[in-house]
Ligand binder design. Structure first.
Ligand SMILES: Cc1cc2nc3c(=O)[nH]c(=O)nc-3n(C[C@H](O)[C@H](O)[C@H](O)COP(=O)(O)O)c2cc1C
Length: 332
């Protein structure tokens, strides 16, 4: 922490940065983060009270979610012309202090940063059926570079045999979770029908009758309340989305943060290029299927999978709610 950072990263700027950070995706929209600002340093803490103890018993996906928020925070800082410096786990990997941001100088944002920032308000998890457009290789390469810049790697499931095997793995994980009363109860706890809810997954963001979706890959079934889920899964043809995996070379908590940044960078870049995406998390929730997936891709640690495509209609998927900034940010 320097006097320089205190002059540049003011409390007001930190508040704006947190406003950008909280728009990140998070598992079941748990928003498992707390932010603290003092003397030119903005800290990101894990909020363990929001961890999914059934779907995410080790808090891996909690840290992945926070990694996405940290990436958003960096873009938020860049839009203010600040050059952020991030220290991950400054108190060690066991600590719930995940990262500390300070500022080392000023530089105007690049056009690419501006484009990514513009995508932040437009990016929403899109569970609607996708059409038959196939994701161009050039976009996959661009996404790969963005993921690698965050310290993670990208694997694209292009080969027919791999896709068949992956579809079976996802389907098996999906069934296992569907059959678990504990998993279902947790999903219900994070499912929202109240229009004033500030977290959780609202009915309008989820598909009704997920079981009848005609897709190569099963999408997580959020329709636990069996009421008013708004997205129709009806489609003229079988969906064959692109599937991208974000992985890391180790399974440390630092790697989980990096994977989260890679996931956010991927979703935002896809938004810039007018592609839609939704995570396929079931297969990495469970230790056994995650291990099988790891063997299938030949090593490394799978952190998240994304289905990518274009829905039949041009309008964007709907935004989900967020907790107010002042509920997640403490100013010292
Ligand atoms: C680590 C992680 C895992 C997720 N897993 C799934 C999933 O398995 N299925 C799904 O449809 N969405 C999944 N999501 C998306 C969240 O449900 C979504 O981000 C959240 O509801 C907020 O909505 P938004 O992304 O539209 O802002 C996941 C997101 C993250 C960050």
């Amino acid at each position: 922490m320097t006097t320089g950072s205190a002059a540049l990263l003011t409390a007001e700027r930190a508040r704006d940065i947190v406003g950008v950070a909280i728009l990140a995706a998070s598992i079941h929209n748990t928003q498992p983060w707390r932010w603290q600002y003092a003397d030119g340093a903005l800290e990101l803490h894990a909020d363990r009270s929001r961890q999914l103890t059934v779907a995410d018993p080790y808090g891996r996906q909690l840290v992945v979610s926070c990694g996405g928020a940290l990436y958003h925070a960096q873009i938020g800082a860049r839009m203010q012309g600040l050059v952020p410096e991030i220290r991950r786990f400054p108190d060690g990997e066991e600590s719930d202090l995940l990262a500390r941001m300070t500022v080392t100088g000023e530089r105007p944002p690049t056009q690419q940063e501006r484009d990514i920032f513009a995508a932040i308000g437009e990016r929403h998890t899109d569970r609607r059926p996708f059409g038959s457009d196939s994701l161009p290789l050039a976009v996959v390469d661009e996404v790969r570079a963005a993921v690698e810049a965050q310290g993670a790697f990208l694997h694209s499931f292009d080969h027919r045999d791999d896709r068949i095997e992956l579809a079976a793995m996802i389907s098996r994980s999906d069934t296992q979770e569907d059959d678990s009363p504990e998993y279902q109860a947790e999903l219900r706890r994070w499912s929202r029908t109240d229009p004033d809810a500030v977290d959780g997954v609202p009915r309008y963001a989820v598909a009704a009758d997920e079981d009848s979706r005609q897709s190569e890959f099963a999408v997580r079934n959020f329709d636990v309340a069996k009421e008013a889920a708004e997205i129709s899964v009806e489609s003229q043809h079988v969906e064959r989305p692109a599937v991208l995996l974000i992985g890391t070379d180790t399974d440390s908590r630092t790697a989980h943060l990096e994977a989260g940044a890679g996931l956010a960078a991927t979703m935002l870049l896809l938004t810039v290029r007018k592609w839609a995406a939704s995570p396929l998390g079931q297969v990495v929730d469970l230790i056994s299927s995650r291990e099988r997936l790891r063997a299938m891709i030949g090593g490394g640690y799978p952190q998240m999978l994304l289905r990518v495509g274009r829905p039949h209609v041009t309008e964007r998927a709907k935004a989900t709610p967020r907790r107010p900034i002042d509920d997640v940010l403490t100013l010292a």
